[in-house]
Design a protein around this ligand. Structure first.
Ligand code: CA
Length: 524
C-alpha cells in the first residue's frame, strides 16, 4: 500500500472507531444484556393440575421444569378471578376499578399506561402471540398474532398487524408454532425481548387435540373430597350459583353432541375417539351420584388432555431456548389467568374468593439469579407482575401501579415488609354462573368475604383457614370469632382506602320493578 493510501486508510479507521465509540449508551446497542422476559400464560389452568403443585391426576414434566430450575409460588392470588379482568390487571399493575376492566365483555382501554408500553419505551422488543381477550387491538406491542375473542380450539382465525390469518390445526400447537417463528425469524437480536405467549387451553369447553383424545381412557381420576358439597353452613351465594358439574355442564361440554368446529379429517378422528365412549355411557343409563361421577370424569379427562398439549408445547419452547443459548438470559414465567375448580364444591369455573379460584399457579425461572427448586409462601399477586418485569429490566416503576416488584423475592433477599393481607373484588353479577358480587380480605389465618349486593344488608362469611382449609363452614356468626370479625372489618376498610376502591366503579344496578329479565350472557 503506497504511503498516501495508508495514511488515508488510517484516517478512515480512526473515523470509523470514533463513530462506533460515539453511539450513545441510551441507545443500548448490540450489547444490551438486560434479561429477556418470556411470559407464558394459559387460561383456567388450576394449580391442582400441575405436577410441581403435587397433582395426583396428571403429569406436567415440561411445566415442572420451570419450578425445578426456578421458584414456585404457593400463594399467588388474583385480584378478581375472571379471565379478561386478570389480563388487564397484569398489563397495568392496577386493580380492576382503576384499569376500567371489571368484567368480561368490557373493552380494554389501550390508551392507558401498560407494562408492554413501558418496556417498549425502555428499549425492549415486545410481542404477543395467542390469546388476548381484551376486546381492543394490542397497544405497546411491536408484533401481535392473536386469537379473536375466546378463539376456538381448532382451526383458529388469528389477527396480526397485516390482517387476519386462517390456520388449520390445533390451536395450542399453532400458537406455539407462531411463537417459535417470531423467536427464530422476526426478533431484533440487538434488543432484549418481552414475549407474551398465551394459550387458550384449558378453557371451557375443553376440546383436546387429536393426539390426546384417548389419554386417560383407562384410568379413574381421583375425586376431590368436596365433590358432593351441600353448601350448608355458608352464606346463600354458595348455593345459588349455576356452575355445578351436576346441573350446569352442557352436552357440548360433555362431548355428547357433534363438534361442529372440525374439518372432515379432524371430525373422523374425533368421532372414532368419542363414539365408543358415548355409546358405553348411553348403555349404562346412569342416575344420581353415578351420573355426577361420570360427568366429573368426562370433564376432568378432557381438561387434562388440553393441559397435556400445553405441557408438550411449552416443552418445545423451552427446548428452543436451550438450543439457541437464550435460556441463560431469559426469565421464564408460567402462570394461569386465574385458578379453577376441578370438582371442589361440586364445581367447574372460577370467580370466587374461595381458595381454588383465588390462587393461581406461578413458577419463575431466572438462571443465575433464582436458586433452583425454591418455594415461596408469601402473598404475591398478578398485581405484582408488571412491577416485577420493569424492575428486572432496570426500568422505573410508575408510582400509580398498585403492586410491588417481586425481584427481591426472586433474588432470595428477605423482604420483611411484604404484604400480610390481600384484597379481592369480584364484580360480574348478573352474569354467567350467577356468582354474587363480593369483596374481601385474606390474612395468614382468616378469610372474610362480603357479598354486598345480596338482600338488604349483604351477607358475610368468615373462614378459619387453619381449621377449615376447604372453606366448608363459615364462622362469621360464631361469638368466639366476634373480635376477629371486628378486626378484619377494620383491616378490610383500610385496604379499600389504600387501593382507592370506594365502590363507585361498576356499582350494582338498582332493580327496577317490572323490568324484563335479560337472558344470561354466553359463558366465558
Ligand atoms: Ca380464565
Amino acid at each position: 500500500m503506497p504511503p498516501t493510501h495508508f495514511a488515508r486508510f488510517l484516517r478512515f479507521l480512526f473515523a470509523a472507531v470514533s463513530v462506533l465509540l460515539a453511539v450513545p449508551v441510551g441507545a443500548r446497542a448490540a450489547d444490551d444484556s438486560r434479561p429477556n422476559i418470556l411470559f407464558i400464560m394459559s387460561d383456567d389452568h388450576a394449580y391442582q393440575a400441575l405436577g410441581c403443585y403435587g397433582s395426583k391426576m396428571n403429569k406436567t414434566p415440561n411445566l415442572d421444569r420451570i419450578a425445578k430450575e426456578g421458584m414456585r409460588f404457593d400463594r399467588c392470588f388474583v385480584t378478581n378471578s375472571i379471565c379478561g379482568p386478570c389480563r388487564a390487571v397484569i398489563l397495568t399493575g392496577k386493580y380492576s376499578h382503576l384499569n376500567g376492566f371489571t368484567r368480561n365483555g368490557n373493552t380494554f382501554n389501550g390508551g392507558q399506561q401498560t407494562v408492554a408500553k413501558l418496556l417498549q419505551k425502555g428499549g425492549y422488543q415486545t410481542a404477543v402471540v395467542g390469546k388476548w381477550h381484551l376486546g381492543s387491538t394490542p397497544t405497546g406491542f411491536d408484533y401481535y398474532h392473536i386469537l379473536q375473542g375466546q378463539g376456538p380450539y381448532y382451526n383458529p382465525r388469528m389477527k396480526t398487524p397485516d390482517g387476519i390469518v386462517r390456520h388449520t390445526g390445533y390451536t395450542t400447537d399453532i400458537i406455539t408454532d407462531e411463537t417459535l417463528k417470531w423467536l427464530k425469524t422476526s426478533r431484533d437480536k440487538s434488543k432484549p425481548f418481552f414475549l407474551v405467549y398465551q394459550h387458550k387451553a384449558p378453557h371451557r369447553n375443553w376440546q383436546p387435540g387429536p393426539k390426546y383424545l384417548n389419554r386417560y381412557d383407562d384410568v379413574t381420576i381421583p375425586e376431590p373430597a368436596t365433590l358432593f358439597d351441600d353448601y350448608k353452613n355458608r352464606a346463600s351465594p354458595a348455593s345459588t350459583q349455576t356452575m355445578t358439574i351436576e346441573r350446569h355442564l352442557n352436552p357440548n361440554d360433555l362431548k355428547l353432541v357433534p363438534n361442529r368446529s372440525l374439518n372432515p379429517e379432524q371430525a373422523k378422528i374425533w368421532n372414532e375417539a368419542y363414539g365408543p365412549k358415548n355409546a358405553a355411557f348411553k348403555k349404562a343409563d346412569l342416575k344420581g351420584k353415578d351420573l355426577i361421577r361420570w360427568k366429573y370424569q368426562r370433564y376432568m379427562k378432557d381438561y387434562l388432555r388440553c393441559i397435556d398439549a400445553v405441557d408438550d408445547n411449552v416443552g418445545r419452547v423451552l427446548d428452543y431456548l436451550d438450543e439457541s443459548g437464550l435460556s441463560k438470559n431469559t426469565i421464564v414465567i408460567y402462570t394461569s389467568d386465574q385458578g379453577f375448580y376441578l370438582g371442589e364444591h361440586g364445581w367447574f369455573d372460577k370467580r370466587w374468593m374461595y381458595q381454588e379460584s383465588l390462587r393461581t399457579p406461578l413458577m419463575i425461572r431466572w438462571p443465575g439469579k433464582i436458586k433452583p427448586g425454591t418455594v415461596n409462601h408469601q402473598f404475591v399477586s398478578n398485581l405484582d407482575f408488571a412491577e416485577t418485569f420493569l424492575d428486572a429490566a432496570g426500568l422505573d416503576i410508575p408510582a400509580d401501579m398498585q403492586g410491588r416488584s417481586m425481584k427481591p423475592i426472586l433474588l432470595g433477599q428477605g423482604v420483611k415488609d411484604w404484604r400480610k393481607s390481600f384484597y379481592y373484588h369480584y364484580y360480574e353479577f348478573p352474569g354467567p354462573h350467577s356468582v354474587r358480587r363480593h369483596y374481601g380480605i385474606r390474612t395468614e389465618r382468616y378469610k372474610l368475604i362480603y357479598y354486598y349486593n345480596v338482600g338488604e344488608f349483604g351477607e358475610w362469611e368468615l373462614f378459619d383457614m387453619q381449621k377449615d382449609p376447604q372453606e366448608m363452614r363459615s364462622v362469621y356468626a360464631d361469638p368466639k370469632y366476634a373480635e376477629t370479625v371486628k378486626d378484619l372489618k377494620g383491616q378490610l376498610a383500610d385496604l379499600r382506602t389504600k387501593y382507592k376502591d370506594d365502590g363507585t366503579v361498576d356499582p350494582p344496578r338498582k332493580k327496577r320493578p317490572g323490568r324484563k329479565k335479560r337472558s344470561p350472557k354466553k359463558a366465558t
